[in-house]
Design a protein around this ligand. Structure first.
Ligand SMILES: *Cc1c(COP(=O)(O)O)cnc(C)c1O
Length: 391
């Protein structure tokens, strides 16, 4: 067999295994427009799986800021930040992010995956230890692995404390999602901060799903708990979720930001975020900071969804956030339920291992401020028919 033939055969075996285990993933192509008016495979559907929690991806002010900056700066940033890719839009965005999150400084990264990779590999290396919440996002886990530090996954606070007691290391970094992205539950940040203080560990929070949605002025889970930079020295956030855009940032003490600029390879060796994308993030941030109405509306829809789901006997999780999982167990069950919902006009994501632990495949329903009460009620009706008692 030729080398290219061997390559095909090797991958075909893996793909077939994935299919047998019900873990095969396929792309779906959506049309333009807001979550409430999607077309998929020629059919009208309502999107209940986006992370555009506030509906800002299509907000007129955000879109016009993007267009205007695109007209002035062009499409691409042309180079990495340290070469000639850094613009006044990036600098302004970093100032505003620092002020919004109550940190000394902030640094824009091109994606959240790269921000996590850059932050963790800059902070720790061989001889250090990283403690990760069991449900942390894949990018955090991969960053921990790439750092060369010793890795620990903790199940809960008691487990973390035992690990911190025992693990000797030069530096110790505790990493957690602020809102667990597949469960919608909040990390116990005050307790984590207290443990980190007691055991001299650094705390990093990835607040991709908290920023914009929770806390005063949408300042996220850290602010929701009344914590600041002293308790949580490393804060990561993204523009791809509630801000409706693309890109990410790390915020914290000046020394952290300087070290990232010097050493974070995923910052240094990549093209800067397009300036127009930074302009869109600035416009979205302005709305998040000054207009609480979208958060209030989203919260009301979450309450409505939960009350309706409870009334229909659906197995709701603990979440009070716009991420509302319905845990079904086997991957085939989640996929079949998502397929049935799609046929009735609702686009809901089936989430399977390895994104979630084995035996906990689920529908991950996400609500946004752009949905209407009627759409949420119609989804509940369809869920009841698909999953409710007697279905
Ligand atoms: C989406 C997400 C990321 C990755 O951010 P991108 O900008 O999409 O690369 C990181 N962490 C969490 C918790 C996320 O949900």
């Amino acid at each position: 067999m030729s080398a290219a033939g061997e390559l095909r055969a090797a991958l075909r075996g893996r793909l077939e295994r994935r299919r047998r285990e019900g873990l095969y993933r396929s792309l779906r192509m959506r049309g333009p427009g807001p979550v409430t008016a999607q077309r998929l495979d020629g059919r009208a559907v309502i999107d209940f799986c986006s992370n555009d929690y506030l509906g800002l991806s299509t907000h007129p002010r955000v879109v016009s800021a993007f267009r205007e900056a695109g007209g002035r700066y062009g499409v691409g940033a042309r180079a990495a930040h340290l070469v000639s890719g850094h613009t006044e839009l990036h600098a302004e965005l970093e100032c505003r992010l620092a002020a919004w999150t109550g940190r000394e400084r902030a640094l824009v990264f091109s994606t959240g995956f790269m921000a996590n990779l850059g932050a963790i590999t800059t902070l720790v290396g061989p001889g250090d230890a990283v403690f990760q919440a069991r449900l942390n996002h894949a990018s955090l886990l991969d960053a921990g692995r790439a750092s060369g530090a010793r890795l620990y996954r903790y199940r809960d606070l008691r487990h973390l404390e035992r690990l911190l007691e025992r693990a000797g290391a030069r530096h110790r970094l505790v990493v957690t999602d602020g809102v667990f992205s597949m469960d919608g539950t909040l990390a116990p940040l005050p307790e984590l901060a207290a443990l980190c203080e007691r055991y001299e560990a650094w705390l990093m929070v990835d607040d991709a799903h908290g920023l914009g949605v929770l806390g005063p002025q949408g300042r996220g889970t850290v602010a929701l708990h009344g914590l600041g930079q002293d308790e949580v020295p490393v804060l990561m956030g993204t523009f791809g979720k509630a801000l409706g855009g693309f890109g990410a940032f790390v915020a914290g003490p000046g020394e952290l930001i300087e070290a990232l600029i010097q050493e974070a390879r995923s910052y240094v060796y990549t093209t800067a975020l397009p300036p127009a994308v930074a302009a869109a993030a600035l416009a979205a941030l302005e709305i998040v900071e000054t207009d609480p109405r979208r958060r209030v509306r989203l919260d009301a829809l979450v309450g409505r969804f939960r009350a309706g789901a409870r009334a229909r006997g659906l197995a709701l999780a603990e979440s009070r956030t716009p991420i509302q999982p319905l845990i079904l167990g086997p991957p085939e069950r989640a996929v079949a339920a998502a397929d049935r919902l799609m046929k009735t006009g609702f686009w809901v994501a089936a989430i399977r291992p390895p994104t979630v632990p084995r035996g906990t495949a689920r529908l991950r329903i996400t609500l946004t401020a752009a949905h209407t009460e009627e759409q949420v009620d119609a989804l509940l009706e369809a869920l009841g028919a698909t999953l409710g008692q007697g279905a």
